[in-house]
Design a binder for this molecule. Sequence first.
Ligand code: HEC
Length: 147
Amino acid sequence: MQKGLIVGAIGLALAGALIGSVAVAQGDPIAARKDNRKQAGAQMKAIKGIVDAKGPASGVVPAAAKLKELSLAFPALFPAGSDKGETKALPVVWTDMPGFTAANKAEAAAIDALAVAAASGDMAKVGEAFGNAAKTCGACHDKFRAK
Ligand code: HEC
C-alpha cells in the first residue's frame, strides 16, 4: 500500500517535471534558448580558463558534459512562431531547419571530441578540441544569429 503510494508520488513528480519543461519550451522558448546559450557561454569561459592555466584536464570533463546536455536541448527551443520577439535568431533558422540542425550536430560532435580529449588528460589535445568547439559556435552564429 505504502509502496504504491510512493510509486504514485514519484510518477506525479515526474509528470510535473515533464509538464514544467514543456511549459518552458512553449511558454517562453526565446528566454529558454537565451538562457541555454548563456549557460553554454559560461561553460566555454570556464574551459578557456583551464586551457589558459594549462590544466587540469579533469576540470574540463564536467564542463563538456554540461555543454553536451545544453546542445542536445537547444534545437527544441525554436518552435514555429518563436521567430518574433526579443530574439536575435534569424528567419533562416526556420527556413533552413536542416542546416540549423546540422550546425547543432556539428557543435555536439565537437563537444564529444572535447570530452574525449579531456578524458585523455592531454592539455594540448584539450586546447585543440576547445578551439574546434568554439569554431562550431561561430559557424552557427555567422549564419543563424543576427550580429
Ligand atoms: C546551432 C546554432 C548555434 C550553435 C551551435 C551555437 N549557438 Fe549561440 N546562439 C544561436 C542563436 C540562434 C542565438 C540567438 C538566440 C535568440 O536570441 O533567440 C544564440 C545566442 C547565443 C548567446 C547570447 C544569449 C543571450 O543572452 O541572448 C550566447 C552567449 C551564445 N549563443 C553562445 C554560444 C556558445 C558559447 C556556443 C558554442 C558552445 C554557441 N552559442 C553555439 C545559435 C547557436
